[in-house]
Design a binder for this molecule. Structure first.
Ligand SMILES: Cc1cc2nc3c(=O)[nH]c(=O)nc-3n(C[C@H](O)[C@H](O)[C@H](O)COP(=O)(O)OP(=O)(O)OC[C@H]3O[C@@H](n4cnc5c(N)ncnc54)[C@H](O)[C@@H]3O)c2cc1C
Length: 418
């Protein structure tokens, strides 16, 4: 078995992993990136549409272009990127974490380090996760898998398509399948509002005349060997309208019904998960409950924009470097998701620093107010023109906002939206 040792190891070579590694390297720590695919870039490599990088690079890039620009920053650094290396097991119980990896080129690798940054991204929810009744015919794919088939393998998986779920991947694939000559008959969404970004509703559905059925449930996938159609049932005032159910004939169903952080390795290492995000629960340094194990990007919580992933990953890398130098926050407060807030990451703030939080709301609203309370006293109030669950909300809290928490026995920062 080949043995390697670094000050820090990043699992996953997507946007998050590369950005975190760059910070660790800049702080003078040796760092390896372990990536199971044959190239770096993660999910970006299959996202050939535009819409990446408006914040990070101030220009609109495709996913591969964005990945390339981040990867270029690795040149000339001491970072060791290993591709084709899958981390199979992680033992984080000691001061030195041990990763057992498999690689076609290197065989079995045992990699040790003082710090591990989890950046494994997320995976798609599938038919089993949402229990759609019906037969088990061929022709049902997750939208991300279909994207990979079309964009990377050059294979179009059907002709007549219905997309279940209006998440961003489904919307992007509605347009992509239209471009490659398929007829996309509908996008069907159980919620009364779309799950994807507004810009994707406009550019991927409206521009192509693809109908979006909101408040509609897919109640049956029809077909024995191959999909023949889907049965759709409207929902009115919370009740299914069975007499109004209808069938859309199709040969292909794409599922875009949510993403879940890739958390097997995290669980194996004893990392506590946040029940709302399914990713690790982290403190103000983006460190998990396991000392020296940090998390960022989609493995921590599912992000809408890669620019936010990179920003968060930079913080994770910089905090990991500080942690290696022995720096710790002097005082922290717990962050509580109050009314209409689904979650806020991280779950703790440093009372002596500027903290960046990302959160998601549970409601769709114009002219909303985001309110921050410290131990029940309002310390900050921010107006938002429009909020919706699919769009992440960013918030900064500095020492001035948090000063009333100093000295309190168990300070709580509560964030609510009205
Ligand atoms: C279809 C789609 C469309 C999108 N559209 C946009 C858009 O228009 N604009 C925008 O800004 N953002 C968009 N995003 C979001 C953005 O691309 C992602 O949030 C971001 O790229 C995620 O980066 P990440 O590094 O956290 O995860 P990933 O890119 O998923 O990287 C994780 C990496 O970890 C590796 N890995 C996992 N487990 C292991 C293991 N055990 N061992 C070794 N390696 C492992 C994986 O192979 C992967 O390469 C889109 C995302 C998708 C899926």
């Amino acid at each position: 078995m080949k043995e390697l040792n670094y000050d820090s190891v990043v699992i996953g070579g997507g946007a998050a992993g590369m950005a975190a590694a760059l910070e660790l390297d800049a702080a003078g720590f040796s760092c390896a990136i372990l990536e199971r695919e044959e190239s770096l870039g993660g999910i970006l490599t299959q996202c050939i549409h535009n819409g990446f990088g408006l914040i990070e690079f101030n220009e609109e890039l495709s996913g591969p272009e964005f990945a390339e620009k981040i990867e270029e920053r690795l040149a000339g650094t001491g970072i060791k990127p290993f591709t084709g290396v899958t981390v199979m097991e992680m033992d984080a119980s000691g001061e030195h974490k041990t990763l057992y990896c498999y690689s076609g080129t290197h065989g079995v690798l045992r990699v040790t380090s003082r710090v591990v940054v989890l950046a494994m991204g997320c995976r798609e929810r599938n038919r089993g996760n949402i229990r759609i009744p019906g037969d088990r015919p061929a022709g049902v794919y997750t939208a991300g898998l279909a994207q990979r088939l079309v964009n990377i393998e050059g294979f179009v998986p059907g002709k007549d398509v219905v997309i279940i779920g209006s998440g961003d991947i489904g919307l992007i694939m509605a347009r992509r399948m239209s471009w490659v000559g398929c007829k996309v008959h509908a996008v069907v969404e159980i919620l009364p509002y779309p799950s994807g970004l507004t810009r994707n509703i406009v550019q991927c559905l409206h521009d192509f005349g693809i109908p979006l059925y909101l408040s509609h449930l897919t109640t049956n996938i029809i077909g024995k060997d191959r999909v023949e159609g889907v049965e759709i049932t409207p929902i009115e005032n919370g009740a299914m309208q069975h007499e109004k159910a209808f069938t859309i004939p199709c040969d292909t169903v794409l599922l875009s019904v949510g993403l879940v952080p890739e958390n097997e390795l995290s669980k194996m290492a004893g990392v506590e998960l946040n029940a709302m995000t399914n990713g690790p629960a982290v403190d103000s340094m983006l460190m998990t409950n396991v000392p020296g194990v940090f998390a960022c990007g989609n493995v921590l919580h599912v992000h809408d924009l890669v620019d936010y992933v990179v920003e968060e990953a930079r913080r994770a890398g910089a905090h990991a470097a500080r942690w290696l130098k022995g720096e710790r926050p002097k005082a922290e407060a717990r962050v509580k998701a109050g009314p209409n807030v689904r979650y806020s990451a991280p779950g703790r703030v440093d009372l002596g620093a500027v903290n960046k939080l990302y959160m998601r709301t549970l409601i769709v609203k114009n002219d909303a107010t985001l309110e921050v309370k410290v131990n029940n006293r309002v310390v900050k109030s921010v107006k938002k023109n429009h909020i919706q669950p699919s769009e992440m909300i960013a918030l900064e809290l500095g020492p001035k906002d948090l000063e009333t928490a100093l000295g309190a026995p168990e300070p709580v920062v509560e964030i609510s939206i009205t």
